[in-house]
Design a protein around this ligand. Structure first.
Ligand code: OSB
Ligand code: MG
Length: 367
C-alpha cells in the first residue's frame, strides 16, 4: 500500500460533562484526526493523546510535534507491505505510541477499504454486536453518583465503571453496592494508591467488584503483584501495559488478571492483537478501554472489540454519552447494552467532513 497524501487536523470538541479522574479532569477536548489517501481510498483515524500529560506523557501537542516532524514526512509517498510495515521507517522513535497508533490504525482502515471489507473483518474479529459499559467520572456527592448510575443502568449498559480516589472510595462504593445489589461494578483508580493502602483496598473484596483497574503507579509491576497477592478482587492493568514486553512482565510477576487494551496506548492494532492473543493463551480476559474519543476513534475501538477474547464489556459508550453532536454519521447508539458493529468498508461510519472542516483550528498536509 502507498499513502499518497496525509492531512492531520486538530478539532476542539466539548464533552457534555466534565470528566474527572484521580489524576486530572477534562472537558474541552483537543482532538487530532488523521486522513490518509492512497490506493483510491481515504482512511480515517484519531490520535487519543489528551490535553495534559496526566494519563500518559503524550499530549495533543507532543503528538502533533511527533507526527508532523518525525512520522508523516517519512511514511507519505513510500510503498509499504501493509499496515504492519507502514511505520517501519520510524521504528527508531522511542515511545510516543499514541502518535504512532494514529498512523498504524489509519493504515488498517485503508487496508480494509482497499479490500472492501469492514475494519473488524480486516483485523479478524467476529463478535457481533459488542457488549459495552460506561465509565463514570468522580462525582462530588453520592446523590449525583447514584442518579448517574441509575440512568446508565436504565440505558442498558452491561457494567458500570466508577472512578475512585482516596476519600472517594470504600464508603462510596459500599453505598452503591447497597443501592444496586446486582449491578456489575468495577473501580478505576488511575494510580491514586500505594501499596501502603492495601488494607483499605482489601475492604473492596466484600463488594464483589468485577475488578479494580490500575490502583498503583502508572509504570509499576512489582507492587501490583504484591497487591494482587493480598486481595481477591482481580487487578486490571491499564496505564502500565504499553507493549508486549510489559505484558510478559505483568504475567510473570502476577501483576494482574485482566488487561484493559486501548489501541492508542499500545501503539496500534498489531500490538493490541498480540496482547489479546497472549492473554487468551493464558486464559485471561481483556476488554477495550476508551480515551473519550470522537466517533472516529470509537469506530476503531468497536472493531478491536470484535476479537474473540474481548469477553468483558468495553468503555465504548454511545456518542451522546460524550458529545452533543458526534463527528460521524450515524452516531453510535447503545441497544441492549451493546453497540452494533458497522459492516460498511473500513470504519463503516461516515465522517461529517463539512463539520470537521469547519471545526478545524490547524491542519498540516503531507504529499
Ligand atoms: O483510565 O480508562 C481510563 C478516560 C480518559 C483517560 C483515562 C481513562 C478514561 C476513561 C473513559 O475511563 C473511557 C471512555 O472513553 O469512556
Ligand atoms: Mg483506566
Amino acid at each position: 500500500m502507498k499513502i499518497e497524501r496525509a492531512v492531520l487536523r486538530e478539532i476542539p470538541l466539548r464533552l457534555r460533562e466534565r470528566f474527572e479522574i484521580s489524576s486530572g479532569s477534562m472537558q474541552d477536548r483537543r482532538i487530532l484526526l488523521l486522513t490518509m489517501e492512497g490506493e483510491g481510498v481515504e482512511a480515517w483515524s484519531e490520535c487519543v493523546a489528551a490535553e495534559s500529560p496526566s494519563y500518559s506523557y503524550e499530549t495533543t501537542d507532543t503528538a502533533w510535534h511527533i507526527l508532523t516532524e518525525f512520522i508523516l514526512p517519512h511514511i507519505v509517498g513510500r510503498k509499504a507491505d501493509g499496515p504492519t510495515d507502514v511505520l517501519s521507517p520510524v521504528d527508531w522513535i522511542r515511545g510516543h505510541g499514541m502518535a504512532k497508533a494514529a498512523v498504524e490504525m489509519g493504515a488498517w482502515d485503508m487496508a480494509a477499504r482497499m479490500d472492501g471489507v469492514s475494519l473488524a473483518e480486516k483485523i479478524g474479529g467476529s463478535r457481533r454486536p459488542v457488549p459495552v459499559g460506561v465509565s463514570i467520572g468522580i462525582q462530588h456527592t453520592d446523590e449525583e453518583l447514584h442518579e448517574k448510575v441509575a440512568g446508565y443502568v436504565a440505558e442498558g449498559y452491561k457494567r458500570i465503571k466508577i472512578k475512585i480516589k482516596p476519600g472517594r472510595d470504600v464508603a462510596m462504593l459500599a453505598g452503591l453496592r447497597e443501592a444496586f445489589p446486582d449491578v456489575p461494578f468495577m473501580a478505576d483508580a488511575n494510580s491514586a494508591y500505594t501499596l501502603a493502602d492495601a488494607p483499605r483496598l482489601k475492604e473492596l473484596d466484600a463488594l464483589k467488584l468485577m475488578m479494580i483497574e490500575q490502583p498503583l503507579r502508572y509504570d509499576d509491576f512489582l507492587e501490583h503483584a504484591r497487591l494482587q497477592e493480598r486481595i481477591e478482587t482481580p487487578v486490571c492493568l491499564d496505564e502500565s501495559v504499553k507493549s508486549e514486553g510489559d505484558l510478559a512482565l505483568a504475567l510473570e510477576l502476577g501483576s494482574c488478571r485482566i488487561v484493559n487494551i486501548k489501541p492508542g496506548r499500545v501503539g496500534g492494532f498489531a500490538t493490541s492483537r498480540n496482547i489479546h492473543d497472549v492473554m487468551q493463551a493464558h486464559g485471561l480476559p481483556v476488554w477495550c478501554g476508551g480515551m473519550l474519543e470522537s466517533g472516529i476513534g470509537r469506530a476503531h475501538n468497536v472493531a478491536l472489540a470484535t476479537l474473540p477474547n474481548f469477553v468483558l464489556p468495553g468503555d465504548i459508550s454511545a456518542s451522546r454519552r460524550y458529545w452533543a453532536q458526534d463527528v460521524v454519521d450515524p452516531e453510535f447508539e447503545v441497544v441492549d447494552g451493546t453497540l452494533a458493529v458497522p459492516d460498511g468498508p473500513g470504519i463503516g461510519v461516515e465522517p461529517d467532513r463539512e463539520r470537521i472542516e469547519a471545526l478545524t483550528v490547524r491542519s498540516a498536509v503531507f504529499g
